[in-house]
Write a protein that binds this ligand. Structure first.
Ligand SMILES: [Zn+2]
Length: 199
């Protein structure tokens, strides 16, 4: 294990512990771990060429899932009241968005609902320039935003930014940029009932 995988104070992070476990497990089994590059080399050796075949495929999947008690309340308030509601942990005061039924830190039920503000700060952002099935025509921007009053970030589309020059747009959509929530007039109880705009 290299020092780079350690967090401050020399304690191994969760990721480094996983890597340690993975490495020790593989060592114990006494065999090399196949990695992606190994498979690529084998493929090249077998074919005697670097031309790897690409096989077209199609998946068409429509499905429904139960939003659960917490998800249902979140989407209902979004649709009926144009409000973004989070759940709050009674023990550590973590305000979770999207809301969760249990605190991810304390493992206690989080039954108190709190409304968060419609303004927030970008924590991470990306501009998508490739077409993905079922998603809008690119380019479009998506961002994780910590809304004021929440402890955690929620992802959604960002509109109102000129994306014709991706590098310039990326400068505008940087971490720390303030945004506000814009609700659709007609809401259906879906996460796309709102999006972010630059504040
Ligand atoms: Zn908690």
């Amino acid at each position: 294990m290299t020092d780079q995988r350690k967090v401050k104070g020399g304690k191994p992070s969760a990721i480094s512990r996983k890597i340690d476990w993975f490495e020790s497990d593989c060592t114990l089994r006494g065999r090399n771990v196949p990695v992606l590059s190994d498979f690529s080399h084998k493929e090249v050796a077998m074919n005697g060429t670097r031309d790897i075949m690409v096989v077209p495929g199609e998946w068409h999947i429509r499905y429904q899932y139960a939003a659960g008690k917490v998800g249902t309340e979140f989407f209902r308030r979004l649709r009926d009241d144009a409000k973004i509601m989070a759940t709050k942990c009674p023990k550590c005061d973590l305000v979770m968005l999207p809301p969760r039924g249990y605190c991810e830190r304390c493992f206690v039920p989080a039954e108190e609902w709190v409304e968060v503000k419609d303004t927030g700060t970008i924590e991470a952002c990306t501009i998508v320039t490739e077409q993905f099935e079922g998603l809008p025509k690119p380019p479009y921007a998506i961002a994780y935003v910590v809304l004021d009053g929440a402890s955690t970030a929620m992802i959604n589309f960002v509109s109102g930014v000129d994306l014709s020059d991706v590098r310039e747009a990326a400068k505008i959509l940087g971490i720390g940029r303030r945004v506000r929530v814009a609700f659709n007039k007609e809401r259906e109880g879906k996460i796309t009932d709102f999006h972010y705009e630059l504040a």
